[in-house]
Design a protein around this ligand. Structure first.
Ligand code: SF4
Length: 389
């Protein structure tokens, strides 16, 4: 079989049981009557988009809540992908799920179909915060779903968590971390809450019904991640992501799929509103369900916008994403891709940031210090601004 550049594949399932109060992702509550038409369109996109001989290093089915679909629909999607492309035997195959959306039997079927990583939206270890967020599950349901996933044979499980919630203190967040680590998932994603304009949560905050913790408190929560989690056996490898340390038997639990994004490697996104970045081009699919389905029904690709990425923008993006990793951008990959060294590109502007304790220069690259991570947007902007002019 002819091997085309290996890549990471993302498939978007835009349906959810209900809309969480903070969510502005492309996801629709209910709409069960659209499942069949969407799956037909998505299958067609897979068939049109995947050249035969393509090698897939990771496959991520995200959403939305993919497990809202009948399990057979998910296993059929996997089978369609495998009929077109070569999914490496060691490929990471992730499905996102919400704790109340999947049973042990369904999880066992997914495992049998080749899904080897489960990402659960846990968000908080305290029910009152789950209610504030409008999540449709309790902490107890997270625990039972995780136990069900273990019984079904999953040995690589991620929990998504959010800190900086309305009314949350540093002690509350510590309690969530204690709860989550006691469950021993292999991976934890800990993101600060982003309040998106127009969401019901934003409206409640604007109306003064809820209050966010102050900047000092959210900084303390972030720093707690970098102290508490390593002590509990989780290594930080990206600003917001932590993986259980490998044991003597091996086991690298860093998200291979997400590493593709942070390393600025090629990825293909299929489904509603999915982004792709390949060979210096980027495109995004329609975010409107009807438009997406209609395009594929008429045999057209559902691309809403496409652009060539100018090399200077590509360099800036590779640096921005690479700095999210605790190892920093890879200087050899950077030099090979752009024909110019990382040092020549940002060395001069990095001097004051290194002196200020925001960056460390090491092994031919730069990485953010914990202090730099706290203000990563400012540090990164300072470094790459000339490339984006
Ligand atoms: S489950 Fe996820 S995608 Fe769905 S509404 Fe909630 S936050 Fe949004």
């Amino acid at each position: 079989m002819k091997i085309i550049n290996p890549l990471a594949l993302y498939i978007h399932i835009p349906f959810c049981q209900r809309k969480c109060l903070y969510c502005d992702f492309t996801s629709f509550p209910g709409q069960r009557e659209q499942f069949a038409a969407y799956l037909r369109a998505l299958t067609q996109e897979i068939e049109q988009r995947l050249p035969s001989g393509l090698t897939i290093t990771s496959l991520y089915i995200g959403g939305g809540t993919p497990t809202i679909l009948p399990t057979e629909a998910l296993t059929n999607l996997l089978a369609t992908v495998k009929s077109k492309a070569w999914v490496l035997p060691e490929a990471e195959v992730t499905v996102e799920a919400n704790p109340s959306s999947v049973t042990e039997t369904e999880l066992a079927l997914l495992r049998e179909a080749g899904v080897n990583r489960l990402s659960l939206g846990a968000q908080s270890g305290q029910d009152r915060f789950l209610q504030t967020l409008g999540r449709g599950h309790t902490t107890r349901q997270v625990e039972t779903t995780l136990a069900a996933a273990r019984n079904a044979g999953f040995t690589n499980i991620n929990l998504d968590l959010i800190f900086g919630l309305p009314g949350e203190s540093v002690d509350d967040w510590r309690e969530t971390l204690q709860w989550a680590t006691a469950l021993r998932p292999e991976h934890l994603s800990c993101y600060g809450l982003q309040v998106e304009a127009g969401t019901p949560l934003a409206q409640r905050l604007e109306a003064g019904e809820l209050n966010l913790p102050g900047e000092e408190e959210t900084s303390a929560m972030f720093l707690l991640n970098t102290e508490f989690l390593p002590e509990a056996g989780y290594q930080q490898y990206e600003i917001s992501n932590f993986a259980r340390r490998p044991t003597a038997e091996g086991g690298d639990y860093r998200s291979r799929h997400n590493l593709t994004y942070w390393r600025y490697a090629d990825y293909l996104g299929l489904g509603l509103a999915a982004y792709s970045g390949m060979a210096g081009r980027r495109w995004v699919n329609y975010a409107d369900l009807e438009q997406y389905i209609d395009a594929l029904r008429c045999g057209r690709l559902p691309v809403a916008e496409e652009e060539a990425i100018p090399p200077s923008t590509g360099m800036a993006e590779m640096i921005m994403l690479g700095l999210r990793l605790t190892t920093g951008p890879d200087p050899v990959v950077f030099q090979n891709r752009w024909g110019v060294s990382l040092e020549e590109t940002i060395g001069e502007r990095a001097v004051s940031l290194v002196a200020g304790g925001f960056l460390v220069k090491e092994a031919g690259t730069y990485r953010l210090t914990p202090r730099g991570m706290l203000v990563s947007n400012l540090v990164i902007t300072e470094l790459v601004a000339p490339l984006l002019r």
